[in-house]
Design a protein around this ligand. Structure first.
Ligand code: 1HN
Length: 347
């Protein structure tokens, strides 16, 4: 290196130190990091086998009550984000356990949440005055600022579900509010199934005025989801990357069911060999029926029912099966679509 080059480097270093005291820094040193040619996710592929983590969750059931914990949840931490309560860069995920007779008290917050039921029956989630008794495969939404509580009042067995929330996103926006209801359980104002019957039958009460951000349907029973997938698969070819994939919708608008978290269910046919797929929304997948193998970047995950894995943004992902399988997934795709940022590529 020439003396002249050394000299200019030294002058620049000294200059950076000096301007740093004014809380200034040179863009030209960081430009390619700030504006990458393509996404450079910090999130990494991750995998949790349900059978491995279930004993830890059941142990939590011996250590603390749902009431004492408010929510008895083990957080799924992306290995790249230990201690940050993030499963992807924008999303939170955890596994919640409710034992027979327990109550998780009513509260509300600006963070939106989904529950995907993994095992057990007889526990309910109440949202805005309506209870839904949960069964495996059901998707239950607690939209932003809706009162919600859980009760294991009718259950004979532990009930476990996956919670997905937009916590990191709301944290980044500094838009978090929360409050507790003075009573443990919210008053029940409507019979079970009311919202689905009222708003989920391809009709709407004639004077219904939609709340802009929230689906009026908050429980999507697995029976209906499974039937929709089956009917989709009966005619027409599978998508080369996704098999038969559907998204959960707000029936009033046809848009995604929640404004910050997009939710999906897909049927992978027997002997499926999916082509590699990339999209800008880091995605959390949950096996529900059957077994499969998913190659994510340089990792291969062999999953079965209730196993959970993460595909980071713009990381190639391909699914393979030997038998028919069903996968649930969620991501921030809805946010990226609304902002005009979402991209995908099916190779
Ligand atoms: C929450 O309200 C629930 O209602 C679960 O079940 C997990 C994680 C962080 C903040 C609020 C629930 C949560 C949560």
């Amino acid at each position: 290196m020439s003396q002249a080059a050394d000299a200019i480097r030294e002058r620049r270093r000294e200059y950076y130190t000096r301007i740093s005291q004014q809380h200034l820094s040179p863009l030209w040193e960081v430009l390619s990091v700030l504006v990458p040619k393509q996404p450079q996710p910090t999130c990494v592929p991750a995998f949790w086998k349900y059978d491995d983590l279930r004993p830890s969750l059941m142990e939590a059931g011996e250590l603390i009550t749902a009431h004492e914990a408010t929510r008895r949840v083990l957080i799924l931490e992306n290995p790249a984000y230990r201690g940050q309560s993030r499963v992807t860069n924008t999303l939170y995920a955890g596994l919640q356990l409710l034992k027979p007779g327990e109550v998780a008290p009513a509260h509300r917050h600006t963070q939106s949440a989904l529950r995907f039921v993994l095992e057990g029956r007889g526990a309910f989630t109440a949202v805005d005055g309506e209870r839904h008794y949960m069964s495996p495969g059901d998707l239950v939404l607690t939209p932003s600022w809706t009162w919600h509580d859980h009760g294991g009042t009718e259950s004979q067995e532990p009930v476990v579900w996956l919670d997905g929330l937009d916590i990191p996103l709301v944290q980044m926006l500094d838009a978090g509010f929360a409050e507790d209801l003075p009573t443990e359980q919210q008053p029940i104002a409507r019979p079970e199934g009311d919202s689905l019957m009222r708003y989920g039958a391809n009709m709407l009460p004639v004077d219904y005025h939609s709340r802009p951000h929230t689906s009026p349907v908050f429980a999507y029973p697995y029976e209906r989801t499974r039937e929709a997938l089956y009917n989709l698969s009966r005619s027409g070819d599978p998508h080369p990357c996704h098999g038969y994939k559907m998204r959960y919708i707000n029936p009033v608008t046809g848009g995604h069911a929640m404004p910050t978290i997009a939710t999906f269910m897909q049927l992978l046919p027997k002997d499926f060999r999916g082509r590699p797929y990339r999209s800008t929304d880091a995605t959390v997948f949950v096996g529900f029926e059957g077994y499969g193998r998913t190659v994510v970047g340089d990792r291969t995950f062999e999953w079965g029912p209730r196993d959970i894995f993460v595909v980071p943004s713009w990381t190639a992902c391909r699914h393979e099966t030997q038998e028919e399988a069903v996968l649930f997934s969620f991501s921030d795709r809805v946010v990226q679509e609304q902002l005009g940022l979402w991209r995908e590529s099916c190779e």
